[in-house]
Design a protein around this ligand. Sequence first.
Ligand code: HXC
Length: 260
Amino acid sequence: MLPEKTFDGKTGIITGGATGIGFGIARELSRLGARVILASRKEENLRKAAGEIHGEYHVLDVRDAAAVEAMAEKFGPVDFLVNNAAGNFIVQSDQLSPNGWNSVIGIVLNGTFYCSSAVGKRMIQSGRGGVILNVIANYAWTGAPGVVHSASAKAGVLAMTRTLAVEWARHKIRVNAIAPGPVHTAGASERLFPDEKIEEGIRRTIPLRRFASLDEIANAAVYLLSDYAAYVTGEAFVIDGGQWLSGADYWGRIRQMLPR
Ligand code: HXC
């Protein structure tokens, strides 16, 4: 979508960048000239993904604040950060253990803050500013039965996006979010759309009657990261085929299809 070389001379970190939506965004950034650093937990995934897009990688669990700080120190001030690392599984709220809650909150909410803080501080110190993009979900506004941990965390990241956008505008740092609905990726499909019946049920909740492609998500992401969006900050861009308009219980239909 954007002209080649849009990201020439720019360097950035993408958490959860070895697979799924993160990899889709990383691949497009790399194609547009960026130096891309993929950061996630599994080295085998990282090595393969970085090789494919001629990027670099760093093994990282975003829940570990000290490890996040060490990564930010290693790479120095970067031009952009994509907070994409996420964890999610379908569970009834009354059956979710504190540990299950903490693991999703730890990755999504705490991890996004640790990375934004460590990288943002260095963007401020460099005086060059930068861009942060948070990957949330369309249910950040409505909530969604079956994903109380993820919906709560994503709503927190939405508030963080707007807060940091205002606080850091004077440092020339823009902070935005994209909010996808259902997208086919290996990780999400296995956890969230485990069979054809469930997938078809979800498709019926989407006015455009299909899931997003990775390219559609990546195109929106790279626009917000680029200088073409230089006047956009604190925005959360929903890309979900209109799904959220069908009401707060759309994801709840997943729950209805699962055994209790
Ligand atoms: C109930 C579960 C569970 C499940 C894990 N737990 N899976 N509880 N149902 N299916 C509980 C465990 O029992 C344990 O609690 C606690 O969660 C931690 O589990 P671990 O496996 O030890 O955690 P960990 O290795 O840290 O794994 C984190 C994870 C996992 C979040 C649980 O799913 C993960 O690594 N996911 C990363 C990839 C991912 O989820 N990608 C999809 C993101 S899609 P107890 O009490 O037993 O110790 C997304 C956006 C969707 O977020 C939006 C769509 C529109």
